[in-house]
Design a protein around this ligand. Structure first.
Ligand SMILES: Nc1ncnc2c1ncn2[C@@H]1O[C@H](COP(=O)(O)OP(=O)(O)O)[C@@H](O)[C@H]1O
Ligand SMILES: [Mg+2]
Length: 320
C-alpha cells in the first residue's frame, strides 16, 4: 500500500518470562481507518497497545507512530489519544472541572483545547456539569473520550472501550467512534467481541495467542472462505468465468443464482472478473457469518500451535 501508516507494528514480540504475550505481530493503521484488534482474552491485545503507546518496551520488533519508533515520552505520542489504562476522575467534581484540571495539569490552558469539539463528539450534553460520581459507567467512558479529544489527536488507541458497558452504552460508543472517524481521526481499538468490531470497524486484525491470525477489511474477512451467492443475467457464462478463477472452489447453479465456494479471494474479485467478461451482476451475498470465520480462524491457529508444540515436545498450556 502507498499511504503512509499512522501506526505500525512490525515483527513485534513481547515475552513476560516464558510467556510469549505477543509474537511476531505485524500490521498497520492508515489514515481514515477504524481498525479493530480482535481476539479472545489473553490474545495479547493489551500488551500490543501498551507497546504502541510506549508504556512497555518490546522484546523485539518495532512499534512506530507516524513513522517513528515509539519510546516512552516520545513527541509522536502527543498526536495520539490513548485509553489503555482505566481513566480516573475526581468523583466530587463535575465532568467539566475534571477536564479543565486534567488539561491544566498538562501545562495548557483550557481555551487552547478543543473543548467544543471534544464535548460534541463525546455527547455528554448538560451532564458534563454534573458531579462525576453521578455518572454511569458509559458516561465516565465518554468523559474519558472527551479528555482524549481535547488535544485534537490524529489517532485514538482504545483498549476494549466498551468493556463493562450495557448495550445502549455500547451503541453510544460506537456512534462516537464513527463521529471521530468522520472528523478524520484514525482509530485502533481492541475487542474480544466480534459483532462489535464488525459494526464499528472498517479494518480488522485478528489475534490469537499473541499471533496474527488474519487481517484485512471487515468485508474481506467476512468473505474469506465463504459461500457467495451471485445473481447474474447469464448463469452458464458466469459459471465458466468463475470456475477459471484460482480463488474459487465449487460453483453450482441454484435457481436464478450461482452458489460459489470462495477459497481465499474477495467477493469483489469475483464481481470484477464477471464484469470484465461481460456478465451482468445483479446481486452478491455472502452467506457465512463473520462469527464463523472468526471462530474458525482462532480455532485453526490453536490447532496449529498445539500440533507445533506437540512436535517440539513443548507444552502449549495457557498460563491463564
Ligand atoms: N505484565 C505481565 N506479566 C506477565 N504476563 C503478562 C503481563 N501482561 C500480560 N501478560 C500475559 O500475556 C498474555 C496476553 O495478555 P494481554 O495482552 O493482556 O491479552 P488481552 O488483552 O488480549 O486479553 C496473557 O497470557 C497474560 O497473562
Ligand atoms: Mg486486554
Amino acid at each position: 500500500m502507498t499511504t503512509e501508516a499512522i501506526a505500525e507494528v512490525s515483527h513485534l514480540t513481547k515475552a513476560f518470562g516464558t510467556v510469549a504475550a505477543v509474537e511476531d505481530l505485524s500490521f498497520a493503521v492508515r489514515p481514515g481507518e477504524v481498525c479493530g484488534l480482535l481476539g479472545p482474552n489473553g490474545a495479547g491485545k493489551t500488551t500490543t497497545l501498551r507497546m504502541l503507546v510506549g508504556l512497555i518496551a518490546p522484546s523485539s520488533g518495532t512499534a512506530t507512530l507516524f513513522g517513528t519508533t515509539v519510546h516512552a515520552g516520545c513527541p509522536e505520542l502527543l498526536r495520539v489519544g490513548a485509553m489503555v489504562e482505566q481513566a480516573a476522575f475526581v468523583p466530587h467534581l463535575s465532568g467539566m472541572t475534571n477536564l479543565r484540571l486534567w488539561w491544566e495539569a498538562g501545562g495548557g490552558r483550557l481555551h487552547d483545547a478543543d473543548l467544543d469539539g471534544a464535548l460534541a463528539i463525546a455527547g455528554l450534553g448538560d451532564a458534563v456539569h454534573r458531579k462525576v460520581r453521578t455518572y454511569s459507567q458509559g458516561m465516565k467512558q465518554r468523559l474519558g473520550f472527551a479528555r482524549l479529544l481535547l488535544a485534537r489527536p490524529e489517532l485514538l488507541i482504545l483498549d476494549e472501550p466498551t468493556n463493562g458497558l450495557d448495550p445502549a452504552e455500547i451503541k453510544e460508543i460506537r456512534n462516537l467512534v464513527h463521529r471521530l472517524a468522520d472528523h478524520g481521526a484514525a482509530v485502533l481499538l481492541s475487542s474480544h467481541h466480534l459483532a462489535e468490531v464488525e459494526q464499528t470497524c472498517s479494518e480488522v486484525v485478528v489475534m490469537s495467542r499473541g499471533r496474527l491470525v488474519a487481517s484485512g477489511t471487515v468485508d474481506e474477512l467476512r468473505s474469506s472462505g465463504a459461500t457467495v451467492r451471485i445473481e447474474v443475467d447469464d448463469r452458464t457464462a458466469a459459471a465458466g468465468v468463475l470456475r477459471s478463477l484460482p480463488a474459487v472452489g465449487k460453483v453450482e447453479i441454484d435457481g436464478p443464482e450461482l452458489v460459489v465456494q470462495l477459497r481465499d479471494g474477495r467477493r469483489s474479485d469475483l464481481v470484477a472478473a464477471l464484469v470484465m467478461a461481460g456478465v451482468r451482476v445483479e446481486s452478491v451475498t455472502a452467506t457465512r457469518d463473520l462469527e464463523d470465520v472468526f471462530l474458525g480462524l482462532v480455532d485453526q491457529s490453536e490447532q496449529l500451535r498445539t500440533s507445533q508444540a506437540g512436535q517440539s515436545g513443548q507444552s502449549s498450556r495457557e498460563t491463564r
